[in-house]
Design a protein around this ligand. Structure first.
Ligand code: R5P
Length: 302
C-alpha cells in the first residue's frame, strides 16, 4: 500500500509508484495545528500490509522529516507488516561528514532517526554521496536515474560525448556513456599558481562538433553546469544537453541556464517543477523496480 505525503511532488510520485507495483494508494488526512505542529492520520486499514510512505524532502526539509517519522509511527502502531520510506529527494545529504570540528554528520543523524521512527527499508533517488545510505541501519537503495531517463527520452546518437562537470561525478558520466556506447570525460579545473587564474577544460576529449550531455546529481544555482556549458560551447560543442537527478533551481538559476547555451535540461521528478526550461522525467517506475530488489534483503551491516 502506497501512502503519499501531502505535497504535489510526493502525491504524483506515489501515484506513479502505486501504478508501477500495482499497489493501492491510501491518502492520509493531514492538518496543521494552530501552533504549526503537524498532524497526520492513516485512513486505510494497514494491518499486516506492506506500507510505502512517499515523501520528497524539498522544500520544507525539516517538516518533511517530521511527517515521515509520524507516518512510520502511525503505520507501525496500526499493525503494518513492513514500513518503507521512498524519499525521491533526500534532505541533509550534503553534510555527509564533519567539515569543521564541532559539526554533525547530518545525513547520519537523520537516517538513523528515520530508522528509529519505524522505517525498515528506504529508497532515494541519487543521494549526493550514495555511500551515505550505509548510515541507514535497514535495507536501502540509491536509485541512479540517468540511464533510465535517457531511455525514456529516446536519447541515442553516436555523436554524443558524456561529461561530468568535475572528477567527483565521473562515475555518473561513465554509467550513461557506457549505456549509449559513446566516450566520456570530465571537466578539469586548474588554478595558475602564480596568477591565481582558474581555467576549465575537458580533460582529454575533443568536443568540437559533438553533441555533449552533461550529467550531474543536482542543479542548485545552476553555476556548475552553466559554467561547464559555456566552456564546451567555446570549445566548439554543437549542442549541450544536461541530465540531472534533482533540479532545485535557486532564484536566477533558470536564467543562468538559458543564457549559457544549453539546449535542454532534463531532471527527475523529485522536486517541484519550476519554469518551462527544465523538463521532468517520471522515475517512479525505476524506483519501483529497484525497491523490489531490496524487499526482504538487508544490505547494510550496522
Ligand atoms: C557538487 O558537488 C554537486 O555535484 C553539484 O555540481 C553542485 O551542487 C551544483 O550546484 P550549483 O548548481 O549551485 O552549481
Amino acid at each position: 500500500m502506497v501512502v503519499p505525503g501531502p505535497d504535489e511532488v510526493s502525491r504524483s510520485f506515489a501515484k506513479s509508484l502505486a501504478d508501477s507495483i500495482k499497489g493501492s494508494l491510501c491518502e492520509p488526512a493531514y492538518k496543521q495545528f494552530p501552533d504549526g505542529e503537524q498532524y497526520m492520520r492513516l485512513t486505510c486499514d494497514v494491518k499486516g500490509a506492506d506500507v510505502i510512505y512517499v515523501k520528497t524532502m524539498l522544500p520544507s526539509q525539516d517538516s518533511s522529516l517530521v511527517l515521515s517519522a509520524l507516518a512510520a509511527d502511525s503505520a507501525r502502531s496500526s499493525g503494518a507488516e513492513r514500513v518503507t520510506l521512498v524519499a525521491p529527494y533526500m534532505a541533509y545529504a550534503r553534510q555527509d561528514r564533519q567539515f569543521l570540528p564541532g559539526e554533525p554528520v547530518s545525513i547520519r543523524s537523520v537516517l538513523r532517526a528515520l530508522w528509529a521512527a519505524g522505517f525498515s527499508h528506504m529508497a532515494t533517488v541519487e543521494m549526493h554521496k550514495p555511500d551515505s545510505l550505509r548510515q541507514f541501519p535497514g535495507a536501502s537503495v540509491n536509485v541512479r536515474p540517468y540511464v533510465f531517463m535517457a531511455e525514456v527520452l529516446g536519447i541515442r546518437s553516436s555523436n554524443y560525448v558524456v561529461l561530468s562537470p568535475d572528477l567527483g561525478a565521473l562515475e555518473r558520466a561513465k554509467m550513461l556513456a557506457e549505456h549509449l556506447k559513446v566516450p566520456y570525460d570530465y571537466i578539469e579545473k586548474e588554478r595558475d599558481r602564480i596568477t591565481g587564474q582558474v581555467t576549465m577544460k575537458v580533460k582529454q576529449l575533443d568536443v568540437s562538433g559533438r553533441d555533449v550531455i552533461i550529467v550531474d546529481d543536482i542543479i542548485s544555482t545552476g553555476g556548475t553546469v552553466s559554467k561547464a556549458a559555456e566552456i564546451l560551447r567555446d570549445q566548439g560543442a554543437r549542442s549541450v544537453t544536461v541530465i540531472v537527478a534533482h533540479a532545485v533551481l535557486a532564484p536566477g538559476a533558470e536564467e543562468r541556464l538559458r543564457s549559457a547555451g544549453i539546449n535542454n535540461v532534463f531532471a527527475a521528478n523529485t522536486t517541484p517543477a519550476q519554469g518551462s526550461f527544465v523538463r521532468q522525467v517520471d522515475v517512479a517506475p525505476l524506483v519501483a523496480r529497484e525497491l523490489a530488489g531490496i524487499m526482504g534483503v538487508s544490505n547494510n551491516e550496522q
